[in-house]
Design a protein. Sequence first.
Length: 220
Amino acid sequence: MQVQGLLFDAYGTLFDVHSVIEAGRALTDDPHALSQLWRAKQLEYTWLRSLMGRYEDFWAVTEAALVFASRRLGLAVSPAERVRLMDAYLRLEPFPEVRGVLERLRRLPCAILSNGAPRMLEAAVAHAGLAPHLAAVISVDAVRTYKPSPEVYALGPSRLGIPKESLGFVSANAWDVAGAKAYGFRVVWVNRAGAPPEELGLAPDLELPDLTGLPPALGC
C-alpha cells in the first residue's frame, strides 16, 4: 500500500472510548453497559443530526447521548456526576501501540480527521502527548456535519494538500471505513473487535487487528 499521507479517525482508533468506564464505576455496578450504550447513542445522534440538517457539535451530542443512556439504564446522575463523566472524554487513553506507531510513521504527514469538537480533540491529543506526531487535527466542525458525509472526508485532502487517491485513511469503525472507501481513500480497517465487515459493498484495502502492523505495511 503506497500513500503520501495518513488520516486517522480518533475515537476507537487512536483513543479508547471505553476508558470512560472507570469514571462510571461510582454510578453503576455495570459501567461497561453504560459505556456501550453511551457510545452507541453518540454515533446514532451524529447520523440522525446529519440527516435532519440539525448540527450540534460532538460535545453536545456526547452529552445528549449520556443523558439518554443514564435514563435508559435507570441511573440517577447529578449535574456534578455528569460533568465528571463528560470530562473523562477529554482524557481518553490512547491504545498502547499508538505512540510507537506514530513515531515509526514520522516520514509521512499524519493527521486526525474526526467527528470530535475541536476542544475535545485538542484535549485528548494533549493528554496523550500526540501533538508532535500530527501535521493537523481536523474536526467536522469545519463543515457542520458528520461522517460518513463526503464533505467531511474532503477536509483531509484540502488541509494536507494531498490528492485523495494518495491518502490513507485509518479507522477502527467499519461504517467509517465504508464511508472513506466510498469517498476514494486508500483505507485501513483496524478491526480491534474481530467484527464482520459491513454489508455495504465496500471493502478496505487492508485489515489489521491493531495499529502495530501499519508501519510495516507502508514500508516504514
